[in-house]
Design a protein around this ligand. Structure first.
Ligand code: BGP
Length: 463
């Protein structure tokens, strides 16, 4: 039997752009625009226009989540839905009414709202006008949007986040070209990483002004991918150290400790690509750290020395310092192409305790994406997703080992409640405890929903 404390939070995570659909939305985010201009970039040509229709179905969807034992829901407010004019942050009446209804419906269903302000969904106009997150003016506009959210919803929402996975914005939009605007530019990506850290600190400063009550808290959600060297050879270990700093510490340290990793700063300085920062900004980052942290964990990072000499790659890319490596014998989620390595949950928990002042933190995403789940449906149409239950069990057991060693982990949010639209992969991999038939929008509980309900009611499960 694995048992968690009575006050452990059992939740689910999702996001506005992946669930709502674009009904009554005045503006496009970068994914909406990308889908309009290049639908073939998305699995099966399926875009975010309908998603799982949370815009219309939120009441029924929340009632179903409640039946699945979900006691907290992390979702996001779309900048492109709430705001009419990005420069002044004037409000869109339909957007305000919609998010008010959703938050009220969460509370009516005894689901605690955890509200995130940015889930990869930059308004495309702000990319066209200013270059998106490369611009410090965009940082200021984001603070104005955040202030509106705090003023509108801060009376009912205690739990806030500035960003989901800034690393995916940096890597996907500015470094490796996976996501629109598909820029491949190392130095630009360095500046974006800094600007997002700065934006997070500025939003936290604004939050302290708007929501000073002690029960209100704000954090950031980071996807942590612990970096493990391929061998004990010093060259592989050095590569893993750089990958750890670049992928994880570049976001974790400013958020929690208020400063950037010194070794990484030294390397970027020596390479002539360090971000543009002022001393006032660095002081602001130092003074506005998070109250708590959300950690998304899916896969580890296996690292080996790069096969190019560090100075041979021009223009600069972080890949001159490390190379990802596929460990022989690793266990894979073949559909998603990600390694399954639950043990990293213990390592993350220990890292929080040992290096981050034992900050309160929780798993803000963890889950298993599987393609073609119809094959696992029984005669009653219930998806028998035992693989998902096993995945959660393995990760929760590893997490519990870290908690038993003293890590201050306060909850576990599964990705996700209801199958939702997922960026380029659209509906290819399904993650939900609840199935969505995307043609009829019929939603049905999977076997894992019953398991999760039992878990959230008893705070324990049979091993
Ligand atoms: C995280 C994102 C989520 C979600 C999840 C699953 O990085 O925060 O939005 O999409 O990954 O990944 P994917 O949808 O790419 O399979």
């Amino acid at each position: 039997m694995t048992t968690f404390s009575k006050d452990f939070i059992w939740g689910a995570a999702t996001s506005g752009p992946q669930t709502e659909g674009n009904f009554h939305k005045q503006h496009q985010n970068v994914f909406d625009y990308w889908f309009e201009t290049e639908p073939t970039a998305f699995d099966n040509g399926v875009g975010p226009d309908t998603a799982s229709d949370f815009y219309h179905d939120y009441e029924a969807d929340l009632a179903l989540m409640s039946q699945a034992g979900i006691k907290a829901l992390r979702t996001s407010i779309q900048w492109t839905r709430l705001i009419d004019d990005f420069e002044t942050a004037s409000l869109n009446a339909d957007g305000v009414a919609y998010y008010n209804h959703v938050i009220d419906a969460m509370i009516a269903n005894h689901i605690t709202p955890y509200i995130n302000l940015h889930h990869f969904d930059l308004p495309v106009e702000l990319y066209d006008r200013y270059g998106g997150w490369t611009s410090k003016h965009v940082v200021e506009l984001f603070v104005k949007f955040a202030e509106q959210c705090f003023k509108l919803f801060g009376d009912r929402v205690d739990n806030w986040f500035t960003f989901n996975e800034p690393k995916v914005v940096v890597d996907g939009q500015y470094l490796y070209g996976w996501h629109y605007p598909q820029i491949v530019d190392g130095p630009k990506a360095v500046q974006v990483a800094y600007n997002m850290n700065l934006a997070s600190a500025k939003v936290i400063a604004k939050f302290r002004e708007c929501c000073p009550q002690s029960e209100k808290r704000i954090g950031i959600i980071l996807n942590l991918t612990p970096a493990y060297p391929a061998t004990a050879d010093p060259a592989d270990v050095a590569a893993a150290d750089f990958a750890e700093a670049w992928s994880n510490e570049m976001y974790l340290q400013p958020a929690v400790l208020g400063h950037f990793p010194a070794k990484l700063v030294a390397t970027l300085t020596a390479d002539g690509v360090l971000w543009d920062a002022t001393s006032e900004e660095l002081t602001l980052i130092a003074e506005n750290t998070v109250d708590y942290l959300g950690v998304n964990y899916y896969q580890p990072l296996r690292v080996q020395r790069p096969d190019i000499s560090p100075k041979s790659l021009q223009p600069w890319m972080p890949d001159i310092y490390f190379k990802e490596y596929q460990m022989p014998g690793r266990i894979m989620n073949v559909d998603r192409g990600w390694e399954i390595y639950p043990e990293a949950m213990t390592d993350i928990a220990n890292n929080m305790r040992e290096n981050y002042g034992n900050i309160p933190w929780f798993i803000s995403e963890n889950g298993m994406g599987v393609a073609g789940e119809e094959r696992f449906m029984d005669a009653d149409g219930v998806v028998q997703d035992d693989y998902r239950i096993d995945f959660m069990k393995d990760h929760l057991q590893a997490l519990k080992r870290g908690i038993d060693a003293g890590s201050n982990c306060i909850g576990y949010f599964v990705w996700t409640a209801i199958d939702c639209w997922s960026w380029n992969h659209a509906y290819h991999n399904r993650y939900g405890l609840i199935r969505d038939d995307i043609h009829t929008q019929e939603k049905t509980l999977k076997k894992s929903a019953a398991w999760f309900k039992q878990l959230s009611e008893s705070n324990s499960f049979e091993d």
